[in-house]
Write a protein that binds this ligand. Structure first.
Ligand SMILES: [Cu+2]
Length: 315
């Protein structure tokens, strides 16, 4: 017979397996457990007004889905259970029912239209890139990002941003760090509380520039220019990934946006323009990417024929 203690142990074990170690928190502290679940499974904390809207919309839509799910499966399972054959029920023999068919067409249609109407203002707001303090061009390459400051403080700065996670971590030859596959050599640096317009394009195939905490997600398409914007309200480092399958190293071209105070930004711009931090200047990049980085203009630079990561794989 199972004692209470054994049941608790079994349940604990189950939760431990399920939540990867969060169960201790569940037993000892519910808020800590909720927080752990939140950081582990929820969306990243939004730091722009637009991202907050998208976040809230996500919950509203999730609630609608949940109500539909519970409603549909509730009726289905109740019918199967309450009208089962062993209770002597016989299946009905009608072949169609116009009322039901009209209802199950019209109701979902109204739900979808309602969601569309509800989401439209946010989608429109995402496209309102007017009156930006800073304009930055983002170019997707196989498999890195190019940034070029087109307008505003820092105009003229351009550099490439590549993954810095060591190859050993990817093949499990070294322990993985916290920002595994999300760390780059040159993050995009922007000032806090400033409207930043990003004009997004690509040089080879379709990529997508996506930073969830900033509420930006936009395909970067060769030959086209698309734009989006963000106005970060909090300093910090916000990460994202290429979100359009773009080839072999699609998973290895992360995005890092560093939001800094006005003073720090001015200082950074000063250093960049003076050419002091050679690391972020295109002409002085790592030899692995020499064929891309020797180009003086990131906009016209051709992508490397072999990326850093693929060279590492060859070794
Ligand atoms: Cu990509």
């Amino acid at each position: 017979m199972l004692t209470a203690k054994r049941i608790v142990t079994k349940v604990t074990k189950f939760f431990k397996g399920f939540f990867g170690g969060s169960c201790a928190s569940l037993v000892f502290s519910l808020p800590a457990f909720a927080n752990d679940l939140n950081t582990r499974y929820n969306l990243r904390e939004p730091v722009t007004a637009l991202a907050r809207d998208l976040y809230f919309m996500h919950y509203v839509l999730l609630a609608i889905c949940l109500v539909i799910f519970v409603g549909v499966f509730g009726v289905m399972f109740y019918s199967m259970y309450a009208h089962r054959k062993s209770r002597g029920y016989k299946p009905a023999d009608f072949s169609d029912n116009h009322t039901v068919e009209v209802l199950w067409t019209v109701i979902p249609f109204l739900i979808v239209v309602g969601i569309g109407v509800y989401a439209t203002p946010a989608v429109m707001a995402q496209k309102d890139t007017s009156n930006a303090d800073l304009t930055i061009k983002v170019t997707g390459y196989q498999w890195k990002w190019g940034y070029e400051y087109l307008k505003g403080e820092g105009e003229g700065i351009k550099f490439l941003s590549t993954l810095t996670t060591p190859y050993e971590q990817r093949i499990n030859a070294a322990p993985k760090t916290n920002d595994y596959l999300l760390e780059v050599d040159n993050p995009l640096v922007v000032p806090v509380n400033k409207k930043v317009r990003v004009v997004i394009t690509a040089n080879d195939v379709i990529h997508a520039w996506s930073v969830p905490a900033l509420g930006v997600k936009q395909d970067s398409i060769p030959g086209f220019v698309r734009d989006s914007w963000f106005k970060a309200e909090k300093t910090g480092s916000y990460v994202g990934q290429c979100s359009e399958l773009c080839g072999k190293d699609h998973a290895f071209m992360p995005i890092e946006v560093k939001v800094v105070s006005d003073e720090e930004y001015s200082e950074w711009v000063g250093l960049q323009l003076a050419g002091e931090t050679k690391k972020v200047s295109i002409s002085s990049a790592e030899p692995e990417n020499a064929d891309v980085l020797s180009q003086t203009d990131v906009a016209t630079a051709k992508p490397a024929t072999i990326s850093m990561s693929s060279q590492e794989e060859v070794k």
